[in-house]
Design a protein around this ligand. Structure first.
Ligand code: COA
Length: 488
């Protein structure tokens, strides 16, 4: 974001325009002021109101990007932090990823499928960024970092607790270099007994309440495939950063933004904390175990595939389930469409039968009801069930495999699934920006090679002279270290 001078004292809300309108231009007769002062206040305000913005003449989505001008010092690695900075890059921020010389983000080499090429783990989380290699623990590296801090708007990091301080990048130091700098961090836990712990995805899922509420009530806790600890926290952090940027427009000051993975997961498990409190007032009647007569304990139990919204729902077999592991559909017996469900499955008498007509009567009989619905779903493919139900506004969800999602044309059309070309690995599929802005359309650009933009950033962004760049490089700070230093 372009730096601008901040008024010494922020004017009171809503007063800027009125003041400017009332102030006479230099040298003009005060008569004008007197005249306008006599006019009703409303009219003055109307006069000063900003003009409606003109409709852009540029093609759709090509009139700049939402975060144009925002510079991000991206000190993130693995998944949580990179998810956040990738989102910011998709919205147009200039994201400069600082990586350790020689190795870079550890995920470059993790789960490699193409020998010698950056892994999909890395490429799918680092689109639209530039990469500079820098040893932050060397003097020259720190000099470059200082300039990066002074140039950028936001520093994003997800190092282990204390690592940034150990590097010498304390909040006080960063703030003294650039008081406008926003420092955004992902940590495993917030302040408290576990704040010093290193945390990965599944640890967060377990510590944030997801695992204890996922799985079947008679089975062990389960983690989910959705990366709610890593990617979920990255999403939370991105919102924190954009909010801090917005607040900075008013205060002129940067601030710290912290997202603890435990907090992020708990936020996503909000409905389970809801149920924890409902337990004090009796059993959770919409849970399958209620219908099965299984008593509730002290904590929110695992609810299998029950719906979190209170409407009974389960996963049912569809035609082909014997050989296709994803021939299933999620079926919700939503009260308003109950009569349509009865007709569809061939049980019209259930519409009026006292055991089935009303939701409370159905609750203890859900097993029987879903078994009957499944007899019907098993006669059709999951897509045919979906089509038949959608026509009647009955909410269902086919269990889509990753293969089906990768091949789904509508997701390609919206840019939610994109094909990206990469110089060392060739073409691959990725998930594009799931957040669609009409004026800031995302083009997904490939992830950078390690240190691909080191020279460009040193010269064009940080304005080091050719001699200074030569000195920085000779010191080994960007990677071409003499052997003794590289062995560190
Ligand atoms: N130059 C020099 N040193 C660098 C560097 C660079 N460019 N980039 C990183 N380092 C150093 C760090 O300073 C740190 O050194 P220190 O231990 O001497 O302080 C070291 O590399 C390792 O960093 P760390 O973050 O501890 O990595 P790790 O691999 O040991 O731990 C995590 C990985 C993810 C567990 C840990 O970073 C963490 O808990 N992060 C917060 C939670 C989180 O985001 N977890 C999810 C990840 S998807």
């Amino acid at each position: 974001m372009a730096k601008r001078k901040i008024a010494k004292k922020a004017p009171a809300k809503g007063k800027v325009k009125a003041k400017a309108a009332a102030k006479p231009a230099k040298g003009k007769a005060p008569k004008v002021v007197a005249k306008s002062a006599k006019k009703p206040a409303l009219k003055v305000v109307a006069k000063a109101a900003p003009k409606a913005p003109k409709i852009s003449k540029k093609p759709f989505g090509q009139d700049g990007k939402a975060l144009d001008g925002v510079k991000i010092l991206d000190f993130t690695h693995v998944q949580s932090g990179p998810t956040c900075t990738q989102l910011l890059a998709w919205f147009g921020a200039d994201v400069i990823k600082v990586e350790r010389p020689g190795q870079g983000d550890i995920t470059r080499g993790q789960l490699q499928d193409v020998p010698g090429a950056d892994s999909l783990y890395f490429t799918m989380l680092n689109h639209n960024k530039r990469s500079i290699t820098l040893d932050s623990k060397s003097q020259q590296g720190m000099n470059v970092l200082e300039r990066l801090v002074k140039t950028c708007d936001v520093l994003v990091e997800n190092f282990a607790p204390g690592a940034l301080d150990r590097m010498g990048l304390t909040w006080e130091r960063i703030h003294s270099w650039n008081p406008r700098m926003i420092v955004a961090s992902v940590k495993g836990f917030g302040p408290g007994p576990y704040e010093d712990c290193k945390v990965y995805e599944n640890v967060a899922q377990c510590a944030g309440g997801s695992a204890s509420t996922t799985g079947f009530h008679d089975g062990i806790p389960l983690v989910t495939g959705a990366q709610i600890g890593d990617s979920g926290t990255g999403l939370h952090l991105a919102l924190g950063i954009v909010s801090a940027l917005y607040q900075r427009n008013r205060t002129g000051r940067g601030q710290k933004v912290l997202c603890a993975m435990q907090d992020g997961v708990l936020n996503l498990c909000r409905v389970k904390l809801r149920d924890q409190q409902r337990l004090a007032h009796g059993p959770l009647k919409e849970y399958t175990q209620f219908g099965q007569g299984i008593p509730f304990g002290e904590a929110t139990p695992r609810a299998g595939n029950d719906s979190g919204g209170g409407q009974p729902g389960v996963i049912l077999k569809c035609k082909g389930w014997e050989t296709d592991p994803n021939a299933y559909i999620y079926f919700i017996t939503q009260a308003p469409v109950w009569e349509k469900i009865c007709d569809l499955i061939g049980e019209p008498e259930w519409k009026t039968h006292p055991d089935f007509a009303k939701p409370p009567a159905r609750l203890p009989r859900l097993k029987q009801i879903f078994e009957r619905i499944e007899q019907w779903t098993m006669t059709l493919s999951k897509f045919d069930v979906m089509n038949a139900c959608n026509e009647l506004d009955i909410p269902v969800g086919p269990i889509l495999s990753m293969k089906e999602l990768a091949e789904e044309p509508s997701l390609r059309e919206t840019g939610t699934v994109v094909e990206v070309d990469h110089p060392t690995r060739g073409k691959y599929l990725s998930v594009g920006n799931p957040i669609k802005l009409s004026d800031s359309v995302t083009e997904v650009a490939r992830s950078p090679l390690l240190g691909e933009h080191t020279d460009e950033i040193l010269s064009k962004v940080l304005k080091f002279t050719p001699r200074q760049i030569a000195e920085i490089k000779a010191s080994g700070a960007t990677g071409e270290a003499p052997k003794a230093q590289a062995a560190e």
